[in-house]
Design a protein around this ligand. Structure first.
Ligand code: HEC
Length: 370
């Protein structure tokens, strides 16, 4: 151990700095390997600035490797926080993204996390909440809880609820919001799915007094999605349900109506649980390009649809039934964004539980032909 310190210093002087990047990265690598073997080393001391510089170069060149994470954790390198955020945002459901989120939480300096979460853009906030949630760390609770009752968009608030749902402490916080009637109505579905499926039976029982999952035909409430997703249905029967309830808006369709997103390869895109969410809670995540608008014309017509195209002088609105209508901007009195999805809620009310399970089974068979 004693030999390693002079060894690091020696290395720094031996290798000529003018050699190509290769030589430098080799040198950085050796320094890092030596450091990783040291039990104690004050990397942040002033006189070690050159060693620290080598480490920071190494981190830049070797992101998300095991050494990368170990170095940051061992020497508490906050300079890498921005890099960690990037890794968490890119892989919120993967080992490296979750590890990055965990280190960020432990670093106590939550500035970067707060910046992303306070930012106007929903997608980064959603990814970060997902990564943080997947750590199941109770430190996520004070970060995600205020978002649930904030004025942020529904997908962002839904991600906050899902992040809380990953830890027992978060579930208890959600339960408290529920019992004190502070849970926003548009989050009841997501919350019910988490709390009613809680491994903690006390939480599940208490939640059941306040929250219900959507009912199917015959007003029987559904089990949580986690339970539904484990069931297997009959895809042929599911196809019949689809033709009855979905083909008026989606392809594939004998009616050839193209209004909602094309579902021809939906089985490749969404796992079963996400298919259930799409059907039972269409407002939770609205597909890009399908955001609804209410358009009022000066002559008094009012239509709901999404914007298919626009020019300086016209707006083309696609309305249910797949019909595109072109309006002169001069004829439009008002066009306002809708908060709700153009896909109706409560479609499951026209089917029983088995029919819903069959329908989802059918959707999983819609895959790219190989
Ligand atoms: C009145 C039209 C309408 C009906 C009926 C309808 N949908 Fe939709 N659906 C939409 C629209 C519009 C969107 C896109 C907006 C959104 O994401 O909420 C959508 C989105 C979806 C998505 C998400 C697609 C993706 O790529 O993420 C799925 C899955 C879906 N619908 C399945 C169904 C199923 C299954 C049924 C039948 C039970 C159905 N829809 C009935 C209009 C409809």
């Amino acid at each position: 151990m004693k030999l390693l310190l002079p060894f690091i210093t020696l290395l720094l002087f031996l290798t000529p700095p003018l050699r190509a990047n290769d030589a430098q990265s080799q040198k950085d690598n050796l320094i890092v390997q030596a450091l990783l073997r040291l039990e104690k080393y004050n990397l942040h001391a002033k006189e070690k600035a050159h060693v620290k510089a080598a480490v920071l170069r190494y981190l830049k060149a070797n992101p998300a490797t095991d050494e990368f994470f170990t170095l940051i954790e061992k020497f508490k390198i906050t300079e890498a926080n921005l890099q960690l955020i990037g890794i968490a945002l890119d892989n919120p459901r993967k080992t490296e993204g979750v590890r990055a989120a965990k280190i960020l939480l432990a670093s106590k300096n939550t500035t970067h996390i707060n910046n992303i979460l306070a930012g106007k853009k929903a997608p980064p906030a959603i990814s970060l909440l997902t990564a943080l949630g997947n750590t199941a760390d109770p430190a996520v609770v004070p970060i995600a809880l205020p978002i649930v009752t904030s004025k942020r968009s529904l997908p962002t608030r839904t991600a906050a609820v899902n992040a809380l749902g990953k830890s027992a402490k978060g579930q208890r916080a959600l339960l408290k919001l529920t019992t004190t009637k502070k849970l926003p109505t548009d989050l009841k579905f997501t919350t019910a799915n988490i709390l009613l499926a809680s491994r903690d039976k006390k939480i599940a029982t208490e939640a059941a007094k306040h929250l219900k999952l959507p009912a199917t035909a015959g007003s029987k409430p559904l089990p949580p999605i986690a339970t539904l997703a484990k069931l297997t249905g009959n895809p042929a029967k599911g196809k019949a349900v689809y033709t009855r309830a979905c083909a008026i808006c989606h392809l594939p369709s004998v009616l050839k109506i193209d209004f909602g997103p094309n579902l021809i390869e939906i089985g490749d895109k969404l796992p079963k649980s996400a298919l259930y969410t799409a059907i039972l809670d269409p407002n939770a995540g609205i597909n890009f390009g399908f955001e609804g608008f209410i358009l009022k014309t000066k002559s008094g017509a009012e239509l709901a649809g999404y914007i298919q195209s626009k020019t300086d002088t016209t707006i083309t609105l696609k309305i249910a039934g797949g019909i595109a209508q072109k309006f002169k901007r001069a004829d439009i009195a008002k066009i306002t964004p809708m908060k709700q999805s153009l896909m109706p809620e409560n479609l499951q009310a026209s089917m029983n539980k088995q029919e819903l399970v069959d329908l989802v089974q059918y959707l999983t068979t819609l895959k790219k032909k190989k």
